[in-house]
Design a protein around this ligand. Sequence first.
Ligand code: TYD
Length: 333
Amino acid sequence: MNLLVTGGAGFIGSNFIRYILNKYPDYKIINLDALKYSGNLENLKDVDKNPRYGFVKGDICDKKVVDFLAKKRPDAIINFSAMTHVDRSILEPEEFTKTDILGVQTLLEAARKYKIDLFIQISTDECYGSIEKGSFTEESTLSPTNPYSASKAGADLIALAYYKTFNVPVIITRSSNNFGPYQYPEKLIPLFITNLLEDKKIPLYGDGKHKRDWIYVLDNCEAIDYAIHYGKIGEIYNISGNTEKTNLEITAFILNYLKKDETYIEFVKDRPGHDRRYSLNSSKIKKLGWSPKYKFDDALEYTIEWYKNNQSWWKKIKSGEFLEYYKKQYSEI
Ligand code: TYD
């Protein structure tokens, strides 16, 4: 297969590209990425010279570049491009609407024009909003609560509309919270690991009892692979790691592994509109034969080790744009 991966220089996209090139020796990938703050070619240094991999710098909102690549008629377009961080979406909501909704529409238009056979939209459990008990299925009502999740829900609806109205062959995957190597250190797990490695405090929002359903990034990559090869057009697939943890539990695990005590926790003001709990029912994708393989504890330990061993990767990030964001974030809370 020839795949056009968009947003492949980000966290999940770069892990997916590496996974596909390793798993399928005859697949080729073109990666279109605007290299905005979290897109980083260092995430793909090891595949850079692979003759089956090519990189194009460009924005999914740019019709010209999208048209140019879609015209080559890849077998599938897989869209990972998105602004993804909730706190950032509270600081700059407009950017999220532009990239996450209009960018996706630009891709869908190109898929429609060049009759692409498969369009995979990578989405998130956050579209469903918070749930007190039980788990969301693919039929649950979308009830996003912040500009990020609203922009992703908007993109999903546009994608489904292109399927229903124009027969663009769309499949949507909605996964729970990912973690693993190359995750930008503004998210809970990499932020806390890297702060502790720098001997800094870790800002826990509110009472720390918010719950997330965690999945190791390579389990998500494999589920997306199943959706590409066995998924049904027009369908949505929830992808869960089946590991529900409070933020306090995640924090305790990281503190313990890095041999730090609770004095490093700084309870800070809660995020506005903070969703209390996310939970997904992923029995639909399990019927395709997928299930998560990685044990949470092992995967989190591996991830901590990765950040320990790749300090130059995240130190560069934390000294630049990230620092500005971080200052802004805390001055506006
Ligand atoms: P995050 O990694 O931003 O993912 P999401 O909000 O998309 O689920 O946050 C995960 C959880 O951790 C969420 O409940 C917010 C909380 N959190 C903190 O307590 N402190 C932090 O500094 C961050 C970034 C997140």
